[in-house]
Design a protein around this ligand. Structure first.
Ligand code: SF4
Ligand code: SF4
Length: 89
């Protein structure tokens, strides 16, 4: 399982989550070239260790455990996986 970033991040991208992730699973960061063109940030499901630290610091409640993503944002599971070239479960 992994954590997933959903719709509320779009246009916010404040990167509060990036600073607390212990395994550097959240991209693009402000230092990366794709940051400006990316609508939102994404969590790498292969790197995420499910610690939950990012969920509690997000100012817009965009982050959910994969099995707790609200129905209206289920397509963001696919979006996060595909951002890293992975196939969603
Ligand atoms: S749950 Fe933990 S490991 Fe996964 S992205 Fe969030 S802070 Fe990083
Ligand atoms: S803390 Fe929330 S709004 Fe900010 S970049 Fe992370 S997911 Fe997006």
């Amino acid at each position: 399982m992994a954590y997933i970033i959903c719709e509320p991040c779009i246009g916010v991208k404040d990167t509060a989550c990036v600073g607390v992730c212990p395994v550097d699973a959240i991209h693009p960061t402000k230092d990366e070239p794709e940051y400006e063109s990316s609508d939102q940030l994404y969590i790498n499901p292969q790197t995420c260790i499910d610690c939950g630290a990012c969920e509690s610091v997000c100012p817009v409640q965009a982050i959910y455990a994969e099995d707790a993503v609200p129905d209206q944002w289920k397509d963001f599971i696919k979006k996060n996986y595909e951002h890293y070239g992975l196939t969603p479960p």
